[in-house]
Design a protein around this ligand. Structure first.
Ligand SMILES: [Zn+2]
Length: 429
């Protein structure tokens, strides 16, 4: 491809900047790499992004930015895309009475989330003014650490509720001007690449181009989770990164408590036998020093036809919550057992499990129970995620009664089947 001298220089400069970022900020860098970045000669807005990961930037404006600002602006837009702020934002502002305040609240909330991540990774702008959690905290008269923990939706709601009666032209004086103005509320659907544009990088748009909304969501979730995993490996996982991944997969069950309880109950059984052995062997072996095996978890996920998208998404969140505490083997089932998927870290939930979570078929849990009975070890934790509408409740009852050497947890969104388990947890969506 023929490139003008000037373009060649811009592309080369960008490559150097991006390479430096990869070392400094692996999380953002890993997400930014997936974006297509295009500089446009004639563009009304200064910046525009699409859900598929295209970032269009006004070329004249770009050339005026310092190196630091260039990295900041591109990273800022990349995170909006990967965190699905365009799509989430549309849902937030639709049907809001005061549209200008809604748009302002959206930009403030989305920008403060993105900028919190960037600042903690050391990516800061040089000359551009941006919205941060600190600014939101001031507006809402709240502690900044509290604001950082809030989701974008929660920040939006609080801002909108406080300012919705404000009638002020372009949407308040809260200083909502971000790196790209209202870069997410307008969307970039109508802008396309044209001849003469400068492509700084191609990214992964060839793949995202063909994706449906659902596939895109999965794609970006995976991108964020694996970016967080690389940051962790590099020893650069910040608190904001952790919160951000947490927001993608929100478990409703407090798995840390549940699993601790399972271990303690399991230990109770074991301690008795240990004491007995010590007595027999004599005093040279001290009691209480025993190697405790952390139990593995087996998660049986109901993927039958009655489970809707929202339930599947929540199940994914629960698996994420379990995976934070121990090794998990996930078994999707409807009337039969599908491939078992081993998850060793929370970030693998997005990359390995989500693609198998497709609903369909009837609901019989017995084959899945029999499978686990054969493969799990004593004291392992068996977790059933389901809506509780089982065709084979009687058989399941018999099967579960034979599984007392495991810790059995039933998590249900609707019906509670009458079966013997150690714990029933009902969650509402
Ligand atoms: Zn923004």
């Amino acid at each position: 491809m023929y490139l003008k001298e000037e373009d060649r220089r811009l592309v080369k400069e960008w490559r150097n900047l991006a390479a430096a970022l990869a070392i400094k900020a692996p999380f953002t860098s890993s997400i930014l790499r997936k974006m297509k970045i295009v500089l446009k000669e004639n563009m009304d807005a200064s910046i525009s992004v699409t859900e598929k990961g295209e970032i269009y930037i006004n070329k004249q404006r770009w050339q005026k930015l310092s190196a630091k600002d260039k990295i900041f602006v591109a990273s800022h837009e990349a995170l909006h895309v990967a965190l699905r702020h365009l799509e989430r934002g549309k849902k937030l502002i639709e049907n809001k009475e005061n549209q200008s305040v809604a748009i302002w609240s959206l930009n403030m909330s989305a920008d403060s989330k993105v900028n919190d991540l960037l600042y903690e990774e050391g990516i800061k702008p040089e000359t551009i003014e941006v919205a941060t959690p600190k600014e939101v905290a001031k507006l809402l008269n709240k502690d900044v650490e509290k604001i950082k923990k809030w989701s974008m939706e929660k920040i939006f709601k609080e801002l909108y509720e406080k300012y919705k009666d404000f009638q002020g032209g372009d949407g308040g004086d809260g200083g909502g001007g971000s790196g790209g103005g209202s870069d997410i509320s307008q969307g970039g659907g109508d802008i396309q690449q044209e001849q003469g544009d400068t492509v700084l990088q191609e990214g992964d748009v060839q793949n995202t181009q063909k994706m449906t909304d659902e596939e895109l969501q999965q794609y970006w979730n995976e991108a964020v989770a694996s970016a967080a995993a690389s940051a962790k490996i590099a020893g650069k996982e910040t608190a904001a990164i952790k919160r951000c991944v947490e927001e993608l997969f929100k478990p409703k069950v407090r798995w840390q408590n549940e699993l601790r309880r399972a271990i303690i109950e399991g230990m109770g059984n074991r301690t008795k036998s240990t004491w007995y052995r010590v007595h027999r062997k004599g005093i040279d072996e001290l009691p209480g020093i025993q190697r405790l095996r952390t139990p593995d978890a087996w998660v049986l996920v109901d993927t039958s036809g009655s489970i809707d998208d929202q339930e599947l998404k929540q199940f994914l969140g629960e698996i994420y919550g379990v995976a934070k505490n121990c090794k998990v083997t996930v078994i999707p089932w409807d009337t039969q057992v599908y491939d078992e998927i081993t998850v060793r870290s929370p970030s693998q939930v997005a990359s390995k499990v989500s693609k198998y979570m497709k609903g369909g078929g009837g609901t019989e849990v017995t084959p899945a129970l029999q499978y686990v009975k054969k493969n799990a070890k004593k004291d392992d934790v068996i977790i059933i995620l389901t809506d509780g509408e089982w065709f084979d409740e009687m058989r399941a009852k018999i099967e579960l009664a034979r599984m007392r050497k495991f810790h059995r947890i039933l998590v249900t969104t609707h019906n509670v089947p009458d079966v013997p388990v150690d714990r029933v947890i009902k969650i509402s969506l």
